[in-house]
Design a protein around this ligand. Structure first.
Ligand code: HEC
Length: 153
């Protein structure tokens, strides 16, 4: 019995090491300063610092890759989340949104933080400082409303 256990442990170790060979893409594409949300919209410093603190790791090209993004299998999950997040909304590539889509994206920002859907709850386990207070959520939603109104004029 002890012998089997030993081989089981060795087998798992080999599988774990083998998994490390599959490295996901962890690149931060260059930032074109003319396309960022802060250059295209009016983003007060108080709002920008909240977005930077709680959203930029996934929704920008300035991801700070955490240590567990270097170890499989968590590396695959983190890279997958960042890829999906950047596809749906990238604050470094805000210029991809035109016209009414800008306003609907802004709306989604308020909705997602208000419902506690963003930042992703599993991210908060490792990044408790990214959690938003009620006051910060209100700040974001007030900004979304003011900015949408300004853009609709
Ligand atoms: C840990 C990574 C992560 C963080 C941090 C994060 N998001 Fe996301 N976000 C995602 C992922 C992944 C998706 C795509 C979800 C999907 O497709 O199921 C997403 C989607 C979204 C969407 C699009 C939702 C839709 O219905 O199209 C919005 C808006 C959004 N996030 C806002 C935010 C805001 C605002 C913050 C900061 C307060 C934030 N997110 C922080 C990972 C993250």
């Amino acid at each position: 019995m002890k012998k089997y256990l030993k081989w089981a442990v060795i087998g798992l170790g080999v599988v774990f090491l083998g998994m490390q060979a599959i490295q996901p893409d962890r690149t931060n594409p260059p930032v074109d300063e003319t396309q960022t949300i802060q250059s295209l919209l009016k983003v007060p410093p108080g709002v920008f610092s909240i977005l930077q603190r709680s959203c930029f790791d996934c929704h920008s090209n300035q991801t700070k890759w955490p240590w567990y993004s270097y170890i499989a299998p968590s590396s695959w999950l983190v890279a997958g989340d960042v890829k999906k997040a950047r596809e749906q909304m990238n604050f470094s590539e805000w210029g991809r949104f035109k016209g009414l889509r800008v306003i609907s994206k802004l709306d989604q920002i308020c909705m997602n933080v208000d419902q506690g859907a963003m930042p992703l709850p599993n991210y908060l386990v490792m990044h408790p400082s990214a959690k938003l207070s009620k006051a910060e959520i209100d700040t974001i939603c007030a900004w979304v409303e003011a900015e949408s109104e300004r853009l609709s004029e």
